[in-house]
Ligand binder design. Structure first.
Ligand SMILES: Nc1ncnc2c1ncn2[C@@H]1O[C@H](COP(=O)(O)OP(=O)(O)OP(=O)(O)O)[C@@H](O)[C@H]1O
Ligand SMILES: [Mg+2]
Length: 274
């Protein structure tokens, strides 16, 4: 479905990182990734494999969870980014869309989008142009612009979360489980938008997904994580055809999670963790 990665330039490079939570829980055990500029790279793996931890190591959101990168290096455009505040990283063009579609529920859709422009000293005209760009990609959000975000559907909230990230004019988007809890048709709609953002705006994506099936159809390259280690990586097309990947990861239902009950128990587990 997708063409080869459009650029050879590695924009984000992770070398052999180790992450420890609460000083004792070793979660990432030497993870290395190379993310090419202008590509869609998928980070795959089941519950607790370490996908979110990897994304948070890059965006520097680990500290608030008492996590720490204790070994290895992370470079963006050849520059070490481990000590930057998340907001400085946004200024360098890297933004994370968090798992679970975090919106400000009491604000309208449009107000949520506008919060995404806060790191920039943009003029009103620029911000309007960006809003229109977001509405072009997400026509549903335009229709719902004055609705309170808390009352919109799960799919619309995921769109708000991505749209808000776009308002910072990112070069690279770290997207955590965009498919989570959404019906297959919406998952498809969101991945198609990711694809057009990649093709038309040249946005680079590193996306974490349990839904291997959909991720490998849209990504150019994939890494599979298990228990904090990369166990396999390769061009998406090769991974799709790999017998082990087929057996262990593509045997899942299209939604990635087998039933609503799974999603619920998963949410419970997450709450218990936090
Ligand atoms: N704040 C934390 N403190 C302690 N352990 C944590 C913390 N956050 C995550 N972990 C543990 O780290 C491991 C990796 O979790 P992570 O959330 O990165 O996995 P994931 O691949 O994103 O999983 P999922 O698909 O369920 O979102 C899990 O064993 C999890 O229990
Ligand atoms: Mg996760």
């Amino acid at each position: 479905m997708t063409d080869p990665v459009p650029s050879d330039e590695i924009i984000l490079e992770i070398n052999n990182i180790e992450v420890i939570y609460n000083h004792v829980i070793l979660v990432l055990k030497g993870v290395s990734l190379r993310v090419p500029k202008g590509g869609i790279t998928a980070l795959l793996g089941g519950n607790g494999a370490g996908k979110t931890t990897t994304l948070k190591s890059i965006s520097n959101l680990l500290r608030s969870e008492r996590g720490e990168v204790t070994k290895g290096s992370i470079q963006y455009r050849g520059e070490r980014i481990q000590d930057l505040a998340p907001s400085d990283l946004v200024k360098k063009g890297v933004i994370q869309v968090m798992e679970g579609r975090h919106c400000f529920e009491h604000l309208t859709v449009e107000e949520n989008l506008l919060t995404g422009a806060y790191t920039r000293r943009a003029s009103h005209g620029d911000i309007d142009a960006d809003l229109n760009m977001v509405y072009d990609y997400f026509p549903r959000l335009k229709e719902r612009r004055r609705s309170q975000a808390g009352y919109t559907s799960g799919g619309e909230q995921q769109m708000v979360a991505i749209g808000r990230a776009l308002m910072s004019r990112p070069e690279t988007i770290l997207l955590d489980e965009p498919s989570m809890g959404l019906a297959p048709q919406l998952v498809e709609e969101i991945f198609n938008i990711v694809k057009s953002l990649n093709e038309n705006e040249g946005a680079t994506f590193l996306l974490a997904e349990q839904n291997t099936n959909v991720a490998l159809r849209f990504a150019h390259y994939g890494y599979i994580l298990e228990s904090g280690r990369v166990v396999m990586d390769g061009p998406a097309k090769e991974l799709r055809e790999n017998p082990d990947v087929k057996e262990f990861y593509l045997g899942m239902s299209d939604e990635g999670r087998k039933s609503f009950r799974d999603v619920r128990s998963y949410r419970r587990r997450k709450r218990w963790l936090s």
